[in-house]
Design a binder for this molecule. Structure first.
Ligand code: PRE
Length: 304
């Protein structure tokens, strides 16, 4: 049985994502914030944590990136990808809707709908979509933009459903564990994630990306977040196709470590979208194995 902490409270999209990682007997534990969900694993209060990492409309979730880059390292072992559309909930007795609350990533995905349908309402950031529903119940706000499932947990009136400025918007979630972990086996449709605190020197990021490009490895995400120490210094979050167990990826990760000592491995795991890696000629695992074998023979004086 595992305890899985998730960005809550109950009724968030992250709870729905966490449910996709559970097996019978597992327990879901709501955390008020993303850092608290991850810290529950670091403190041994949970075996894993499910957190949102990026959305197809609003991009990466800053609280997740910062919390994965700071404090004790955690390793991603799985991801989930959920379609995202929203419900707008209000109290039965609500009069005019003057305030609408939700997670900033949710508000960003319904901005146009709010302008068109609730033009007089002020959008207010809440801790999460479900936290916004709790606040509406408490009378703090007039309406909440929530996951469709939230109305099952918070007895509010449904003002609108299927709300989304962008059809087919999706959010990706990670399942993080505390090392040592057993990495999931490679599938051929994997993602590896790293964060590198690149020095503020010209060309540092280019050098890191070149190590991937010259090995024919496709990037799937690149985000920068301030390192919060020195103005203008950033952490780079680099996701790319492949699994660190593959010789071709191990060779690239080794090169990234040589280029940037302050690099943190955030996991290798199957892509939720199942997209298989595209591998350039001469960049296959067998090419790396052949080259390594050939160099070893040269080093033994057996190969000219
Ligand atoms: O607030 C929630 O319900 C969450 O799970 C967070 C979150 C996010 O961080 O993007 C997840 C999916 C949606 O994009 C809106 C909010």
């Amino acid at each position: 049985m595992s305890r899985i902490a998730y960005f809550g409270p109950i009724g968030t999209f992250t709870e729905q994502a966490a449910r996709t990682f559970t097996t019978p007997g597992d327990e879901l534990v709501a955390a008020e914030t993303i850092p608290q969900a991850l810290d529950a694993v670091r403190k041994g209060e949970a075996d894993a944590a499910c957190v949102p990492v990026e959305n197809s409309v609003e991009g990466a979730v800053p609280a997740t990136l910062d919390s994965l880059a700071e404090r004790e390292p955690l390793i991603g072992v799985a991801e989930a990808l959920l379609p995202v559309h929203f419900s707008v909930l209000t109290r039965e007795d609500a009069g005019e809707i003057r305030t609408v609350a939700s997670h900033p990533h949710a508000l960003a995905q319904v901005r146009q709908w709010l302008e068109e349908n609730l033009p007089g309402a002020r959008a207010v950031a809440a801790g999460s979509t479900a936290a916004a529903a709790v606040a509406v119940q408490a009378g703090e706000f007039d309406a909440a933009v929530t996951a469709p499932v939230a109305v099952e947990h918070y007895p509010l009136k449904v003002l609108a459903t299927e709300v989304a400025d962008v059809r087919d918007a999706r959010t990706r979630f990670l399942l993080m564990r505390k090392p040592p972990v057993t990495l999931p086996d490679p599938t051929g449709a994997d993602r590896t994630s790293l964060v590198a605190a690149a020095a503020n020197r010209t060309g540092t990021l280019a050098a890191l990306l070149t190590e991937l490009a010259t090995r024919g490895i496709n990037l799937t995400r690149l985000d920068a977040r301030p390192n919060k120490q020195n103005f203008g210094e950033y952490r780079f979050f680099i996701d790319f196709e492949g699994h660190v167990a593959e010789p071709r990826i191990a060779d690239a990760v080794s090169a990234l470590r040589r280029r940037c000592r302050d690099v943190r491995f955030l996991g290798s795991f199957a892509r939720a979208d199942g997209v298989r890696a595209t591998i350039e000629p001469a960049a296959r695992n067998e090419d790396f194995a052949d080259a390594d074998g050939w160099v070893a023979a040269v080093q033994r004086g057996e190969q000219a």
